[in-house]
Design a binder for this molecule. Structure first.
Ligand SMILES: Nc1ncnc2c1ncn2[C@@H]1O[C@H](COP(=O)(O)OP(=O)(O)OP(=O)(O)O)[C@@H](O)[C@H]1O
Ligand SMILES: Nc1ncnc2c1ncn2[C@@H]1O[C@H](COP(=O)(O)OP(=O)(O)OP(=O)(O)O)[C@@H](O)[C@H]1O
Ligand SMILES: [Mg+2]
Ligand SMILES: [Mg+2]
Lengths: 258, 258
């Protein structure tokens, strides 16, 4: 069976997609069979991996009862890494999900066969920002929530909000097994005190959750997706590549993926 | 009457809130009576201005038929700048709006008296990321859309998506007067070629829309909100302060606000 990791944070631009792409790629390269699911109608993970967006090529159909998730799986050029891409139809999901009964567990139902099968060891879900119904479904479908947290002032405030939602989903019985898998500090700026203060503060409140790997602010990490490349293809010796490689090791160990 | 400016971009972390705060403050200081509306349940504009969040203190009530928008107005320490703050209740808006008929024009109805009155010359609406019902309502209520666009690779792609939504809202008759007011290039990084290339590309496609003011990537702009201060209070001689001051001049001139 596969473990489902949802990468979420209602705040925008905190490195969810950059993490989804590079963590998935590093895990695949460490021979963990991985499925990346792009749930964002902006399809940044899809284009960041150099995968074509095609009309009808996303989980939109399956979430509306047309076809299965497995029908939408596409292989990538990276061994052990497959993707379910995103495309613009997903933008209609928010409104359409709200009109269904059981509107919080549609994704979990659609992913059930993949989660219970032996095809993948890990399923990574990249969420849009904002805690709309799409992200809520991704939390409803997850074994573990991975929070990408930018090393900036408002980080802790936003953290409180998403953890409250996690508790609500657990208490309401929507996803009693949902756990906070870990907190990843991103865009760590070595030149300022602020980054170190934010990391220290988050570690104080969540001592065993913060990953030891800190993702540095690095122009290379920002450039790689414009070539449709992972950081390991674009600049394998960069600080960003080293950090995501370390993170993959931590994740594989913490969640027993090998 | 007031002109309503909605600052939106479905992409996260592109500088919407930083722009909402500093543009509103600069316009107020230029004696343009301005109302800032924080529509994001994360309330970053509210706390970034050092305004307290209070339970029930947001547009959530009025959008659900309880009280008026005017009831929610709070003065700030900045002369000519008032705010309707945000608080966590707004998070429920997405689902609640979707269950109303006319779910795209609720905000416009609620803002009508303020827009038609003479209290304010400008109303600036700060949106959450993602094009959910909250942002769609803000587009439905706007005279002008101001797009904050980060100087990075995916900028143009995201732009196409939001402009498509603008056309849909116009063609569907939801907001036939909605215009793209302008595109603001943010987080311009002088050290890389990427920023310059992105600006050049956007200017090529939208020659009269891009504001001449480019907001530089500047640590000071990131730090100011942690003290609840505008950039003009925190570091009035910084490149960020100069840029937002210039933007305010451009906006006042382009939209005839004085
Ligand atoms: N460590 C980093 N250093 C420098 N730039 C980064 C880093 N991580 C991400 N970026 C860049 O910052 C921007 C936002 O990152 P990303 O798209 O991964 O965030 P996100 O949380 O997925 O955003 P959204 O909420 O819009 O989905 C992108 O342009 C990306 O290339
Ligand atoms: N020009 C800039 N230079 C450096 N940091 C900036 C700049 N503009 C904004 N920031 C910082 O980048 C982060 C994102 O900015 P901001 O909150 O304004 O974006 P946003 O589009 O409102 O995000 P969201 O989509 O989550 O609402 C914040 O930490 C902010 O302080
Ligand atoms: Mg993303
Ligand atoms: Mg914001």
């Amino acid at each position: 069976s596969a473990k489902v990791f949802t990468i979420a944070n209602q705040k925008g631009g905190v490195g969810k997609t950059t993490t989804a792409i590079n963590l998935a790629a590093a895990m695949a390269t460490s021979r963990v069979k991985t499925l990346l699911i792009d749930l964002d109608p902006q399809a940044n993970a899809t284009s960041g991996l150099g995968v074509d967006k095609t009309e009808g090529g996303s989980l939109y159909g399956p979430l509306n009862g047309e076809g299965t998730a497995a029908d939408q799986i596409v292989a990538t050029r990276i061994k052990n890494l497959d993707i379910i891409p995103a495309e613009v139809d997903l933008a209609a999901l928010e409104i359409e999900l709200s009109r269904k009964p059981d509107y919080l567990i549609q994704l979990r139902n659609v992913l059930k066969p993949l989660r219970e099968g032996d095809e993948y060891a890990a399923i990574i879900v990249d969420c849009p920002p904002a805690l709309g119904l799409t992200s809520m479904n991704a939390l409803g479908a997850a074994d573990y929530l991975l929070i990408a947290l930018q090393c900036e002032y408002l980080a802790l405030e936003g953290l409180g909000q998403i953890l409250k939602v996690v508790d609500q989903l657990r208490d309401a019985g929507v996803n009693p097994n949902l756990e906070l898998g870990g907190i990843l500090m991103t865009m760590f700026d070595v030149r300022t005190n602020l980054s170190r203060q934010v990391v220290g503060e988050v570690e104080k409140h969540f001592p065993d959750k913060v990953f030891k790997s800190l993702i540095p602010r690095s122009i290379r990490l920002g450039e790689a997706p414009s070539f449709g490349q992972t950081i390991f293809e674009y600049d394998p010796v960069s600080a960003g590549a080293v950090a995501y490689q370390q993170l993959a090791k931590e994740v594989i160990k913490r969640f027993d993926l090998k």
